[in-house]
Write a protein that binds this ligand. Structure first.
Ligand code: VG1
Ligand code: CO
Length: 544
């Protein structure tokens, strides 16, 4: 086995987005493309010598091939050990857990998360640092700069490693340790939740639930935890075996893409509770019978009920949410007299707050919720949190949510996505809106008065780093808001996201459909940003 030093040239487009580097599979299959990015990542580490790395992915097409390349490059770069999930499978939160538990230098997660997979689909590479969290901006910036200067990479010429069998093998001087994909993670969750109580609740027969793994990474996790450990009947986990193309679906747990699950919950004979996760297992969607819980409400409800769950019985230090996420959680924090933090979109911005002990739970409107148990959002964690609350309160999901609204008021909320818009048109929309913002403050817009209109920028309270251009916001005196952002995770054209929020304290006006309740704001967003004109679309692609 010899170490090859392969000459290469920079690719101009290796800048990580909201969550890692995402490209079409065909781009990653371009000779040297994957290798360049991996070598650049290794190069910015202080030293690879003698270090341990965690590697795994969501099981999508090209996962297995990419892992073999990474193992051989890790061996050539001096790593002592790589912990790799069996058959290359590790969910994003499980990877975070393993990095932290074994104090490794970091980990590489192969996933494009909720983006579709297969030979014509997407692939992605995320690097997580030694705290278990997504690389912060200063690290992704350093990686990108390195990709622009790279001249060669190192790789061991060796046969592929068998990833199907648990245990250790040698690759040059490096040890490849194939680990059970679920064990460490399941053990961690067991320390947080009252598994016995949930088990009894399920065994009582009065409560039925289903979990849709969407043929993505959470299948093995869901089967082990829900069916084997908690005794839920076989079949509770649906689409529970990872497929390289996710069964042709879009592994994004929302009302549009998780239609099979939604159809089951929205039927009179349906289960009491339903949940789904995404490609790499960090997202969650929560449903009750005939009831959809918005991710923003879910965050607020988990926070309000946290002391019912053993891992959080002493309360929370603080709550952090991404800027476009609704302010429902802020109202809970206010009542609990704990701080809230408003960060830019992307889990990497929660890392410092979690490390510093300033926030205990975090959430994003994009179906992401998590806590300080790892440094990623965590789909199964959120499902177990709900199961624990339901087992203690013995009420329906709908009852818990409506009671929450009665106590705190309801933050009507919706996100409208316009996917696959021409990039230049989307950029024009944002530019013209940004130019207009300074003129809006203090003006009447529709029936409201604008109290602020700006481009969100964030100063991290821990390391004081500043992140600019994080979304255009227009806020009204009554607390209503609309936010415009372009997605940083797509691989084709641009996706415009419009986030809408309006607060309703009156309990007699809290049962409207969100689209109806937000009608005025939707109209205002169109008039101020000319969405139809710039996108050429009459309707959003996805409404959640
Ligand atoms: C989206 C979401 C964001 C999330 C990110 C990664 O980013 O809006 O909240 O953190 O995806 O999630 P964007 O830039 O497309 O809006 V995942 O599940 O892809 O790791
Ligand atoms: Co994800």
């Amino acid at each position: 086995m010899t170490i090859q030093v392969v000459a290469t040239h920079p690719f101009p487009d290796q800048k990580p987005g909201t969550s890692g580097l995402r490209k079409k599979v065909t781009v990653f299959q371009t000779p040297h493309y994957l290798e360049n990015f991996i070598q650049s990542t290794f190069d910015i580490l202080e030293s690879c010598q003698g270090q341990t790395l965690v590697v795994g992915g969501d099981g999508r097409y090209f996962n297995r091939q990419a892992i073999q390349v990474i193992l051989k490059m890790a061996a050539a770069n001096g790593f002592a050990r790589v912990k790799v999930g069996q058959n290359g499978i590790l969910s994003t939160p499980a990877t975070s857990c393993i990095i932290r538990k074994y104090r490794t230098i970091g980990g590489i997660i192969l996933s494009a998360s909720h983006n579709p997979a297969g030979p014509g689909g997407d692939f992605g590479v995320k690097f997580n640092t030694s705290n278990g969290g997504p690389a912060p901006e200063k690290v992704t910036k350093a990686i990108f700069e390195r990709t622009q200067a790279i001249g060669n990479y190192k790789i061991l010429s060796a046969a592929d490693v068998d990833l199907g069998t648990l245990g250790e093998t040698n690759l040059g001087t490096m040890v490849v340790e194939v680990i059970d994909s679920v064990n460490d993670y399941a053990q961690l969750l067991e320390t947080l939740f009252d598994f016995d109580r949930i088990q009894q609740f399920i065994a009582s027969g009065s409560f039925k639930f289903i979990f849709d793994a969407m043929h993505a990474v959470t299948g093995p996790y869901g089967r082990r935890i829900f069916e084997e450990r908690l005794g839920a009947p076989a079949g509770t986990v649906q689409a529970g075996f990872p497929l390289e193309d996710f069964g042709g679906g879009h592994p994004d747990p929302n009302l549009v893409y998780a239609h099979d699950l939604v159809a089951q919950l929205f039927s009179e004979t349906g289960p009491d509770f339903g949940a789904a996760s995404d490609g790499d297992g960090d997202r969650n969607m929560i449903l009750g019978r005939n009831f959809f819980v918005t991710p923003s409400d879910s965050l607020a409800i988990l926070a309000a009920n946290a002391t019912l769950v053993p891992g959080y019985r002493h309360g929370l230090a603080g709550i952090a949410r991404s800027m476009p996420t609704s302010q429902a959680a802020d109202r809970v924090a206010q009542q609990l007299r704990i701080p809230t933090f408003e960060t830019p979109t992307g889990w990497k911005f929660f890392g410092n707050l979690l490390d510093a002990g300033q926030a205990t739970v975090c959430g994003e409107e994009s179906f992401g919720t998590g806590s300080n148990h790892v440094r990623e959002k965590d789909g199964l964690w959120a499902v177990l949190f709900w199961l624990n609350i339901l087992a203690v309160r013995q009420e329906s999901v709908a009852a818990i949510v409506t009671q929450h609204w009665q106590t705190y008021g309801r933050n009507y909320y919706s996100r409208h996505d316009y996917e696959g818009v021409a990039s230049d048109r989307a950029a024009e929309l944002m530019a013209q809106l940004k130019a207009k913002l300074p003129t809006l403050k203090g003006k009447a817009l529709g029936s409201g008065v604008v109290s602020y209109a700006d481009d969100f920028s964030y100063k991290d309270p821990v390391d004081h780093s500043v992140s600019e251009n994080q979304g255009l916001r227009i806020g009204f005196e009554d607390g209503s808001r609309m936010v415009f952002r372009l997605s940083g995770t797509g691989t084709e054209g641009a996706t415009l996201r419009l986030y809408l929020e309006r607060y309703e304290p009156d309990r007699h006006k809290q049962d409207l459909d969100a689209q109806v309740a937000l009608q005025d704001l939707i109209g205002l967003a169109e008039s101020v940003a000319q969405i139809k004109h710039f996108t050429g679309r009459e309707q959003p692609t996805v409404i959640t």
